[in-house]
Each structure stands twice: as C-alpha cells, then as structure tokens.
Design a protein around this ligand. Structure first.
Ligand code: DGJ
Length: 712
C-alpha cells in the first residue's frame, strides 16, 4: 500500500524527471519541419532528428542517439570539424558542451532559437542561432563565436552549420559553371569520403560555382516526391560546402566561409559572426524546395518584395559596347520609349577623361563623365529620358580600377595585391581594398556623388568583373593578412548599407560579369540580378533553370539580344528569344535602329503583353514540368497562390521533323475552377502553336490529370 505521502513524493520525482528531460531536448520547428537536439549525459549537444514535423511526445520513438551538433576539433572527433580553434595558450583542442538555450518569437511566423555551447575548460562560447520562417519552412542558421581568454585565439574552421544524416543513400546536386555558362546542374551519389564544393575567389566568388546544393535522401532528386534538402549560403565571399560520409555511411554536411588561407585572430570579447546557411527540408521533392525559397525571398529578402516596381529596360551594352556619343544614345532613348520600355540603361564607357574609357584597358575608377562622348553630362541623358517619359539608369563598377587611371595614380596603395609581386591583372583591372575604411568611403562617395549630381537616376547596374588573386592588403597589419577575405565582404556590406539607407528607392541590379555574385547575403541590397552575359536563348534555358532552383525569377534580369550574340554562333527566332526572356524579368540588349520594322513591331507587342502577366512570374509558384536536362521539350509554369491565373512556358530545344507530340500536365491549379486558355506572345496568332486550344475552358482537375497536348 502506498501512503499519501509516498504518492506525493513519487509525483514530485516524476515531475522533476520530466522537467530535466524537457530542459535537455530542444525542438526547432517550422510548419512542416522539425530539427531536434538533445543533450547527452556528458553534456554534449546532439542532433537527433531532422525531418518532417513531429510532436515532442514522439521524439523518443523517432530520434537517434544523434551526432555532435557542432563538432569541434578535439577529444575523439576525427572528421572535418565545424570549429577548429587554437587557444591563447596554444592548445589545439576544443570540447564543447551545452550551456543554455533560449527560444523566442520575433514576430508572427518567425522564431529565433539560440543554443549556447561552451568549452569545458576555456572561456569560449559558440552560440548556434536558428531563425525559423515557419510558414515558408526556411531555417536560417549561423553561429557566433566569442571568448574571454587572456590573449587572442585563432579560428581555423568556423563553419555556419553542421547537419548530419543517417540514410542508405545520398544524392547531391551542385550548381557550377564559368563565365557565360553559369549554373549547370549535376547530380552525384555521395559515397566513401568527402565531396567538397568551394570557392577560393574572395570576390566574384560564384564564377565557378554557387554555394547552393540539393541533397536527396530517397534516390536522385525528383520534382514532386522524396525528401530533398536545399541549402544556400548567404555570403558573397569565398565559401565551402563539405559533404563527408563517415565509416558508418552517416553524412556530415558543413557550410560556411571557406577557411582556406583565412584563419582569423579573435580578440577577447569580439564576436565572430558567421554568415547564414538558409535551408529547407521538403518531403515533396525539389519543386517544393524551390517554391519555399521563392516565397521566402518575396516575403523576407529585402528588395524582392512584390510591391517594388519592376522596370522593363533596354540596355545599350550589346548595342554599342564602348562606342557611343550623346546623339547615338539619344536615338536609343527615343527608340526605347517608342518600343514601350520603362527605362533606358546606359552601360560601361560613359566616364574618364585623362584615360578615356573607350575600352576595358583604361579609365576604370575615374567616375567623371567623359566630355568627348557626353559633352552635356549624364544630366542631359536623364532629362532626355524624362522628356520621352521613360526612366534612366546607369552602370558602375565602383570596387575596381584600371592601372591606367587617375585613381590608381593617386592611390596605388588602395588595391589588393601581395607585396613584392607583380600586379596580376584580370580584364586589365585590379580590385580596390575594401578592408580599408578610406576605400569604403571612396566607393560610397562614387555612388553618392553620382546620385547627388543626378537625383533623377532611377536605376544602377553595379558590376564586378574579376576575382581576387595575389591576395594582400596594405591596410591590414602583417599578422592579419588572412582576414582580407572576410574584411572585404564586411567592407562591401558597410558600403551597401550606407547606399541603401540613403537611396532606398533607387533600383539596383546586382551584376558581376554575369552571375559571379549571386547570394542571399548580398541580394537584400539589390532589386534584381544579372545571371549571365550569355543571352543566347538556348543556353539561357539551362542557366535560368538552374538559377531559379533557389533565386526568384522576377529578380532574374533576362535580356533579348541579337543573333548570333557576342558569345555563341547560334541563330534563334526572335519569338523564341522573347519566350525565354519572358520567363524571368524581361529586358533587351541591342541596337533598336538595326531591327527591321517587323522585329520592332513584334518586340513592342511582346513588351506590352509582358506587362499584363509579369505579376504571375513575380508572385507565382514555379512548377518545373519538363527538364531541359532530360527532354527536347522544356516546360515550366507559374501559378498564383489564389489559383486564378497561371502561365505556362513550353520550348522545343530543337525543332523535330514530325513535331513533338507531348502532354503537359499542369500543377497548382484549383481542381474545381474553370480555366480559359489564351496563348500569349503569338503576335496576333501569327506564331500560334496551340491554336486548337485558344479560348477553350477546362477545369483545373482536367488540366492537372489529363493535361494539354502540345504538338509543335
Ligand atoms: C560585364 C557585364 O555583365 C556586362 O553586362 C557589361 O555591363 C560589361 N561588364 C561592361 O563592362
């Protein structure tokens, strides 16, 4: 028999036990995902579950004993560590244990969880931060490292995140390429050891690849089925993604700043904050990964908000290159207005006098208007555009300098180069050392002067055409040369913050000789991005296909240019070029006076029509229907979340002799609603491919289950 007193004691004990178990289990949730950590007996924080949403009562049934949540080099850890520190006394090892954690709602739908780990002996803390965007199902993860040791410590590995998986198979998709050939997708199975994706370029760090990945756990990634994790690092500098399978076939995924030649001396009380890895886990394939990132970008990544205006623009780069004058530009402005563009963008070549910018070998850095080409200044062109009722935009590359420039003559110490080495030029230019606050002020001043002198400039194209070689800074002390990679990015962000706080309404394009700098750390300062200098429509199908896996289509500037363009020899029809460019943010890059009357009329019509449906691209959910990697026909569609409108793009990469008889199954529609089919960009049906369907209505259910047959 149990006495009343005993029952009471028993009850209290159970309650205490529950409290202590609860305190050591940390669940991080979005609407559809859970990431669960537990503290083990030795005090180590372990990741025990990452998958579809689970309730806390089920943790014990599904969780594994887990893996170190943020492994440091030390004790028995023999794989690539998330953290590697040399302590002030020279100790190479670190042993992290759980200290405390906090979870709070920042606003409706956004929660921040902070878990503090500390070294068992040294006064060093590592705070793991998880900001969850609950409705978009995106997790933003970064770490903060701080210490109070007697002297500086040195950070050798300082990854943003470490995720572990325990599955029979892992399939990794990467996004790599080079100038004019960006964002190629390739999938491999991960086995036996490490696969590293990385950049050591510092600036224009995406030239050979993007810090983005898809990781499929149920065989190769599919569009609508299976578990797929998608992640991308919000950082424009050197980056590293490491995928290491251990001896038991567990997979460890690290993401962060590339630690290569980048060790960081951390002073006591200074906080080292890593960039964030943004990631999501979808149990409905990679299509859902994409839609979540796009939704998140629209809702939370600064300038991609739906309310921002989206200007359809004509750029003069491929029209004139450096060879223009005021009269030539005035004619282009008149033509642009006549064709229905919202904005004219003046590209490279408008500046520098002592060393005129008539080619890419001189003048970069000297940002006063070239008096030979534009005797009445930029203001004259702004006014001319206003007269024609369109806006005016202008190109800058303020981080760079040609040795043949007045800026370099005055400040040879402002460039990135190693001492006692010859200058290493790329596109005949050098990079200004943004770790130096004076250089930051100068770069900000370039933008500020231009916009103060010409307050009606509506748009900037911010270019960046080379990466770091011969790394060295004459500003940083000798023992901090390895900080350059990080300090450069911090300097760039300082400048961009200042620009944005003074000029929130100027529309800015993130360009980097194509897609050399596309990441969610930089994108909040920009409205749109230039993914490639290659405007060949066929190549762009692939480039845009890869890019839009993570980045929002409406920010992806896509310009129709002449054929063959300056890169490929391919001739493609104007309609095809428009159809491809219209799947993102339409613009043109050519000389209107060289077009035939028919081409102009076609373009005018296309630009007008685009403005009637660009809201669907801007706000719609993207569904990939047929992949260019697998099919001759490529198809994608955007569906508005209110399910009232959808837009389908279908291309044939190659004309087939007997046509390409294929059914396209729609997605995301309301099964009960009736949809009427209307072909767009067909120029009065002259170019129709689906005339047999024009004006016909079908239910969403029919379109999704029976689909629509395309024959051409
Ligand atoms: C590279 C850009 O990607 C091009 O569009 C053009 O702006 C050139 N730079 C100008 O130098």
């Amino acid at each position: 028999m149990v006495s009343v007193r005993n029952v009471f004691v028993l009850f209290v004990l159970v309650a205490i036990a529950l409290v202590s178990v609860q305190a050591q289990t940390i669940g991080i949730h979005t609407d559809a995902t859970s990431l669960v950590f537990k503290v083990d007996k030795s005090g180590e924080l372990r990741q025990c579950y990452f998958g579809g949403k689970v309730e806390s009562s089920t943790y014990d049934a599904i969780a594994t004993s887990g893996f170190a949540a943020h492994p440091a080099y030390g004790k028995d850890y023999v794989y690539e560590p998330a953290l590697r520190v040399v302590h002030a006394d020279g100790n190479l090892t670190t042993e992290l244990i759980y200290a405390n954690h906090d979870q709070r709602q920042l606003q409706e739908g956004i929660t921040l969880t902070q878990i503090v780990l500390k070294d068992k002996f040294y006064p060093l803390t590592v705070t793991l931060n998880y900001k969850t965007y609950n409705h978009e199902n995106i997790i933003e993860q970064w770490t903060e490292i701080a210490h109070q040791e007697k002297k500086d410590i040195t950070l050798h590995n300082f990854f943003s995140s470490h995720l572990t998986f325990q599955q029979p198979e892992y399939w990794l998709t990467s996004f790599s390429g080079n100038w004019a050939k960006e964002m190629n997708m390739a999938e491999v199975q991960l086995k036996d050891g490490s696969k590293i994706l990385e950049s050591k370029l510092g600036v224009r760090a995406n030239q050979f690849g993007h810090a983005a990945f898809l990781l499929a756990l149920d065989g190769p990634a599919q569009e609508a089925q299976g578990t797929v994790i998608g992640g991308t690092l919000a950082w424009p500098g050197s980056w590293k993604l490491s995928f290491e399978t251990d001896a038991q076939n567990n997979l460890k995924v690290l993401a962060g700043i590339n630690p290569f030649a980048s060790q960081y001396t951390l002073k006591a009380k200074e906080v080292f904050k890593t960039p964030a890895l943004l990631y999501t886990l979808s149990t409905q394939g990679k299509g859902e990964v994409t839609r979540r990132f796009h939704k998140w970008a629209r809702n939370h990544n600064g300038m991609h908000k739906s309310e921002r205006p989206r200007y359809t623009l004509l750029n003069n780069w491929e029209a004139t290159y450096f060879d223009f004058n005021e009269a030539v530009l005035k004619q282009i402005i008149a033509d642009a207005a006549d064709m229905g563009f919202d904005l004219f963008l003046l590209d490279d070549g408008w500046f520098a006098n002592k060393y005129p910018r008539d080619h890419d070998r001189a003048g970069l850095g000297d940002w006063e208007v070239n008096k030979m080409k534009l005797p009445n200044g930029v203001g004259e062109l702004v006014t001319e555009s206003q007269k024609k009722n369109i806006k005016f935009g202008i190109w800058i590359e303020p981080e760079m300098v040609n040795p043949k420039s007045e800026l370099y003559e005055k400040h040879p110490d402002w460039i990135i180069t190693a001492p006692n080495r010859e200058l290493d030029l790329s596109r005949n230019q050098l990079i200004l050392d943004l770790s130096n606050p004076k250089v930051q002020d100068h770069v900000y001043g370039v933008v500020d002067n231009l916009l103060t002198q010409n307050p009606d400039i509506a748009y900037l194209k911010w270019d960046c055409n080379r990466y770091i070689t011969n790394a060295g800074s004459s500003y940083l002390p000798a023992n901090q040369q390895t900080h350059l990679w990080i300090k450069y990015v911090e300097g760039l962000f300082n400048v961009l913050k200042k620009v944005r706080s003074k000029y929130p309404n100027v529309y800015i394009m993130l360009c980097s000789g194509g897609g050399g700098r596309i990441d969610y750390g930089t994108m909040p300062f920009f409205d749109e991005y230039w993914i490639s200098d290659n405007t060949d429509a066929l190549d762009r199908i692939f480039i845009q296909w890869g890019t839009t896996h993570f980045f929002p289509p409406i920010g992806l500037a896509s310009h129709v240019s002449v054929v063959p363009n300056h890169i490929t020899q391919r001739i493609t029809p104007l309609k095809f070029r428009f159809d491809v460019a219209m799947a993102a943010k339409l613009g043109m890059d050519l000389q209107p006076k060289d077009m035939t009357a028919d081409e102009k009329a076609f373009s005018r019509n296309a630009i007008k029509e685009y403005s009637t449906f660009k809201h669907i691209i801007q706000d719609g959910d993207l569904y990939r229907l047929l992949s260019p990697y697998e099919n001759n026909r490529v198809a994608l569609m955007y569906t508005l979340s209110n399910q009232r409108e959808a837009l389908v793009f279908s291309y044939l990469k190659q004309k087939e002799i007997y046509g390409n008889n294929q059914i396209l199954y729609m997605h995301g529609l309301d099964p009960k609603r009736n949809y009427t089919i209307k072909e767009v960009n067909n120029y009065g049906m002259n170019y129709s491919r689906i005339a047999h369907l024009e004006g016909k209505s079908f239910t969403g259910e029919f379109l999704m289950t029976h689909g629509v047959r395309f024959t051409m």
